[in-house]
Design a protein around this ligand. Sequence first.
Ligand code: PMV
Length: 280
Amino acid sequence: MSLGRASGKAILLGEHFVVYGAPALAVPLKARCVEVELDFASPDWDVPELCRPLLEKMLLLLGLKPTETSLRVSGDLPLGQGLGGSAALAVALLRSLGYTDERELQERAHALERLSHGEPSGIDDTVVSWERPVYFIKGQGAQVLAPCDGFRLWVATTGDKGSTKEAVANAARWRRKNPIDFHTMNERATELVDGARIDLESGAFEELGDKMSENHGLLRQLGVSTPTLDRLVSRAIDAGAWGAKLTGAGLGGAIIALAPEGCDLSNVLLESGAQEVIAP
Ligand code: PMV
């Protein structure tokens, strides 16, 4: 029996626009992980139904027969919530097979991610396999970042399963219908991410929060937010967060909020409909 573990991730800014060449920032969510136990002794699966079809495809792509594999998936990372569940499954599975080199892990995880996303930008598999905060540009790779002390990120899931494929398709449709507006938004997303990178590393968290909230506005305009996500974002800000936004593909999933020390968002987020709150 071999064990592989991988933590989740949160996209800090730039999701969706990253698919069209804008940069994005992402951080690992080390508080939550997925564990995969792999064995070839007796075929026996103990995995959440939600990820069974994906895991079967992943094994086949890795040259393994699902019927000859015993697989157990556990962990506390909420799946289908825009927190890197599919990338974490891929990396945990690869680690259970003995892959350790982070570049190789990322490349292989990217191939596995294509099974669920089609044409992923690569930000999820990069941050999950590297387990470090990154500034990422599709096709150009990533640079590791060092957030300043005091970076306190809250995560709240809605429990609504967002489909990345559907959200990316919605964004693509919006872009086709509104090419000029999309171009302007993509430029603005680029400015926000480039500024946020400096804020993150210099500790200008109030400014970083403002940029996150503005980024949420762009994602709303793109049609990938929901009333629940909007409500969680605005309640977090009303309760003292420096900024908040949806994270990941949207259409469900989770929000993130950046808040000063001493600002506890748990109750307000749970009372506003969050299914689960992950405190910093
Ligand atoms: O699958 P999620 O929810 O972690 O989101 C992926 C991020 C997108 O920018 C929406 C898609 C991509 O390939 O980068």
